[in-house]
Design a binder for this molecule. Structure first.
Ligand SMILES: *[C@@H]1O[C@H](CO)[C@@H](O)[C@H](O)[C@H]1NC(C)=O
Ligand SMILES: *[C@@H]1O[C@H](CO)[C@@H](O)[C@H](O)[C@H]1NC(C)=O
Length: 382
C-alpha cells in the first residue's frame, strides 16, 4: 500500500501547485479586463478598490460548507437537516462517524438524488471563478431554454424589450400596469404577488427571478409548487446557500418549465460590481479607509440583491430594458405587496441605485464587464 499512498500524495501536491498557479494567472489576467484601462475615462475606476472588490471575504467559509456537504456532513446545517424528511425522501442524521454527523442514505431513489446533488454542487463551486464574457452567454443560458419550452425556434435573438419589475412600495404611487405589460418580456422578482395589483405592476410574466431561499420555501409544498404567475412561467434562480441544491434537485424533477440556476461566474460578476460600488460609496461618503468597509457592511455576508442580478440578466437578454419598482422614498412602503419594514442589512441598495444610474447615463464606467459587451439602453421609471 505504501507506494500507492506516495503516488496519491504526489498527485495531491501537484494538483495544489497547479491550482495556485492558475490563481496567480487569473489575478494577472484581471488587470487587462478593466474595460477602460488606457482610455480617457480611466480615472473613474480606482485600482485599489477594483482589487479589493475581487476579494470574496466569505469564500473560505463557503468552501468549508461545500466540502462538508459533499461529504454528507450536515452538522453545520441543522436548520436544513430535516429538509427532505417531509416528502418521500428522507435524510437520516445520526452520529456514526468520528468526524461528526453524517447522512445515512437509505432509499435507492434518494441515493440517485444525492449523487446528482453532489455533481451539481461540485460543478457550481468549481465554476466560481473569474467571469469572462459571461454577459454574452446569458441568451443561451436563459432565453434559449425558455423559447424551447414554448415551442419557438432556437435563436440567439434577444427580447425586443424587457421590463424588470422590482418590489418597491413606490409602485403603489403610479399605474404602470399597462406599460409594463407592453414589453415583450416581463421579469418579476422573488415571486412577489401581483394579483390585486395588476393596474400598478401588470399581469404578464415571462420569467420569475428568485433567490434559492424562495425555492427552499416552495420545496416544502406538495410537488414543489413555485408558480404564483402560472405553471408555464420559467424560473431563474441564484444559489444563496449551497445546501439549496437539494431543493433544486427535488424541484427540478417536478417542474415542467425550465428552472435555470444562474451561472456561478455570472454571480461572481454581479458580486464584484456591487462590491466595487459599495466600496466607492463608503470611501467617498465616510472618508474612511476601504479596509473599514468590511466591518461596516458585514463583509462576509454582504450580497447583491435579487433585483440587481435580475437587471444584469435583462441587460444580457434584452435589446431595451425598463426598470420599474426600484428605489425608495420616505412615503413609500419597502415592498408593494408586504408590510416588511426595514431593508436587509446584507444588501447595499444605495450602491445598487448608483449602478442603475450609471446604466442609464454612462454604462461604460461599470467595471469587470468585457469590452465586447454592448449595453442596451436602460430607462428607470419611478
Ligand atoms: C483609490 O482608493 C484608495 C482607497 O480609498 C485611495 O487611497 C486612493 O487614493 C485612490 N486612488 C485614486 C487614484 O483615486
Ligand atoms: C432539470 O430538468 C431538466 C428537464 O427535465 C433536465 O433536462 C435537466 O437535466 C435537469 N437538471 C438537472 C441538473 O438534473
Amino acid at each position: 500500500m505504501r507506494p500507492l499512498f506516495s503516488v496519491l500524495l504526489l498527485i495531491a501536491v501537484a494538483a495544489i501547485l497547479v491550482f495556485r498557479i492558475t490563481l496567480r494567472y487569473s489575478s494577472i489576467e484581471l488587470k487587462n479586463e478593466y474595460p477602460f484601462a488606457g482610455k480617457a475615462e480611466k480615472p473613474v475606476l480606482n485600482e485599489t478598490l477594483l482589487k479589493y472588490a475581487c476579494i470574496d471575504i466569505g469564500e473560505p467559509r463557503l468552501k468549508k460548507e461545500v466540502e462538508e456537504l459533499l461529504e454528507g456532513n450536515f452538522r453545520g446545517h441543522n436548520r436544513h437537516r430535516s429538509f427532505l424528511s417531509s416528502g418521500k425522501y428522507r435524510i437520516d442524521v445520526s452520529p456514526r462517524t468520528a468526524r461528526g454527523v453524517s447522512v445515512q442514505l437509505r432509499s435507492p431513489e434518494f441515493y440517485r438524488l444525492w449523487q446528482s446533488f453532489r455533481r451539481n454542487l461540485q460543478d457550481w463551486f468549481r465554476n466560481r471563478k473569474l467571469p469572462k464574457d459571461v454577459m454574452m452567454d446569458l441568451v443561451s443560458a436563459v432565453k434559449v431554454p425558455i423559447d424551447a419550452h414554448s415551442g419557438l425556434v432556437r435563436s440567439q435573438k434577444r427580447y425586443k424589450s424587457c421590463a424588470v419589475v422590482g418590489n418597491s412600495g413606490i409602485l403603489l404611487k403610479s399605474e404602470y400596469g399597462e406599460l409594463i405589460d407592453s414589453h415583450e418580456a416581463v421579469i418579476r422578482l422573488n415571486n412577489a404577488r401581483n394579483r390585486g395589483f395588476e393596474h400598478r405592476v401588470g399581469s404578464k410574466t415571462t420569467l420569475s427571478f428568485v433567490n434559492s431561499n424562495i425555492l427552499h420555501l416552495c420545496a416544502r409544498r406538495e410537488g414543489c409548487f413555485c408558480h404564483p404567475y402560472g405553471v408555464n412561467v420559467a424560473l431563474v434562480m441564484y444559489i444563496c446557500q449551497p445546501v439549496h441544491f437539494l431543493d433544486y434537485m427535488v424541484c427540478n424533477s417536478s417542474h415542467k418549465v425550465p428552472l435555470v440556476v444562474t451561472d456561478p461566474r455570472f454571480d461572481i460578476l454581479c458580486a464584484r460590481i456591487v462590491k466595487y460600488y459599495s466600496l466607492k460609496r463608503f470611501v467617498e461618503g465616510t472618508g474612511k479607509s476601504f479596509q473599514e468597509w468590511a466591518p461596516a457592511h458585514d463583509g462576509a455576508n454582504f450580497h447583491y440583491s435579487s433585483g440587481l442580478q435580475a437587471v444584469m440578466l435583462a441587460l444580457g437578454v434584452c435589446e431595451k430594458v425598463s426598470i420599474f419598482g426600484f428605489g425608495k422614498s420616505a412615503s413609500a412602503k419597502h415592498h408593494y405587496h408586504t408590510n416588511q419594514r426595514g431593508e436587509l442589512k446584507l444588501h447595499d441598495y444605495d450602491a445598487e441605485y448608483d449602478i442603475y444610474h450609471d446604466l442609464v447615463e454612462r454604462p461604460q464606467v461599470i467595471p469587470f464587464i468585457s469590452e465586447k459587451f454592448k449595453f442596451p439602453p436602460v430607462s428607470i421609471y419611478q
